[in-house]
Design a binder for this molecule. Structure first.
Ligand SMILES: Cc1ncc(COP(=O)(O)O)c(C=O)c1O
Length: 384
């Protein structure tokens, strides 16, 4: 390979998992070797150590490691006994797992709209979704705000709507573990918070993984049972219907090493986001961080007037710059979710965002010359 390939000829990763792997080097190799030596592949000591480290990191009383972000969400709904006849309010502009878990429990996801400037659940639409649910004869039991692209939702406003209607709040922080809302880390805010350790997430492992955070002792105990088939005191005397919902010890060992460098990576992501904003704010709509929050920048998502996105994506692709569209279809436009109810007054912001958003490469190892190349390419493409 030509070691001196020109910067402008090198393909740019969208998320550079390999750069982080190089930095971690021996630390991860040694962590994996320790698990291979003790052979406690299920619920080994690294799982307990990771749970303690995650809880300390975000300030929650309990962290319960589990098999994925989707299972984290699902386990909480199962623990709350949510089922047929219940409505759970979710934003329409999110990854499908947010609503999927509701349907898997036999309950009805009711889609609410988002605020275009933050991409996150609109408390006013959440309120209207409660009205919709009641009119349909459903009992609104919970709301799942999503901290989309790493940015915390408007948690105080959503908590107020939830309290007014006796709903529980399950924060879907799959994309946002490490983010801060009014000086508190996600995980310490809602009744329960779910996150994902999918490799592309800000804190990712080398496979599937997730975690739940809560201050509620009873809920934590129930979640620990449900993630192991609803086991009771005796493993072979199930007290509940549960899941194979554990996190592998190997993944916990990897995450323990990654958590050590995570604070530095968050700072690097913030620096990259600030450089994007400085370079692009005058030519496109760049994301705004409101609500006294800090984003962990799972995605850096800009907005363009409808009709201009495809040309930008093609121009960048031709220069080796990948982009992603999160999400081209809101949930209510996808076949599996089309039949679920939507909040009164509809979902205009979700529809508009689906036509306007495009995400640029974002990770903690985005060096300045590469980022300058991306910024220049976006500016050139939009000037044409
Ligand atoms: C908003 C949101 N919720 C839930 C999930 C599900 O997480 P996992 O892929 O770990 O099951 C994801 C993952 O992409 C997500 O982005």
């Amino acid at each position: 390979m030509n070691q001196h390939a020109r910067l402008e000829d090198r393909a740019i990763p969208f998320i550079d998992v390999a750069a982080q792997r190089r930095r971690l080097g021996r630390a991860v190799d040694d962590a994996i070797a320790r698990v291979l030596a003790h052979c406690q592949f299920i619920q080994g000591p690294e799982v307990r150590a990771l749970e303690a480290a995650l809880a300390a990191f975000c300030g929650a009383r309990h962290a319960i490691a589990c098999s994925s972000g989707t299972d984290a969400l699902r386990l909480v709904l199962m623990a709350w006994g949510i089922g047929p006849g219940d409505a759970v309010i979710c934003p329409a502009f999110t990854f499908c797992a947010t609503a999927e878990v509701v349907a898997l429990c036999g309950a009805t996801p009711v889609m609410a709209d988002v605020r275009p400037e933050t991409f996150n659940l609109d408390p006013a639409s959440c309120e209207r979704a409660v009205t919709t649910a009641k009119r349909l004869g459903l009992t609104p039991r919970a709301v799942i705000p999503v901290d989309l692209f790493g940015l915390p939702a408007d948690h105080d406003a959503i908590a107020a709507v939830a309290a007014a209607h006796g709903m529980l709040v399950l924060d879907d922080a799959a994309q946002a573990f490490g983010a801060t809302y009014k000086d508190r880390k996600l995980g310490a805010l809602a009744t329960a918070t779910a996150t994902s350790f999918f490799p592309a997430k800000p804190l990712g492992c080398y496979g599937d993984g997730g975690a739940i955070f809560t201050d509620d002792d009873e809920l934590a105990a129930r979640l620990r049972s449900l993630r192991v088939h609803g086991e009771g005191v005796d493993k072979y005397d199930a007290v509940d219907i549960g899941l194979t919902g554990r996190l592998d010890t190997l993944q916990a060992a990897i995450l323990l090493e990654k958590l050590k460098i995570f604070p530095e990576e968050i700072v690097a992501r913030e620096r990259a986001a600030a450089r994007y904003a400085a370079g692009l704010a005058e030519v496109v709509s760049v994301p705004r961080v409101g609500n006294e929050s800090n984003s962990v920048w799972a995605q850096y998502t800009i907005r363009l007037p409808p009709g201009r996105r495809d040309a930008l994506a093609s121009a960048l692709k031709a220069q080796g710059i990948p982009t992603g569209i999160y999400y081209a279809r809101p949930l209510h436009r996808q076949a599996a979710y089309r039949h679920f109810p939507v909040a009164d007054a509809g979902l205009p912001a979700s529809e508009r965002l689906a036509a306007e958003v495009i995400s640029l490469p974002m990770h903690a190892y985005l060096d300045e010359p590469v980022q300058d190349r991306i910024i220049a390419a976006v500016r050139r493409a939009l000037a044409d």
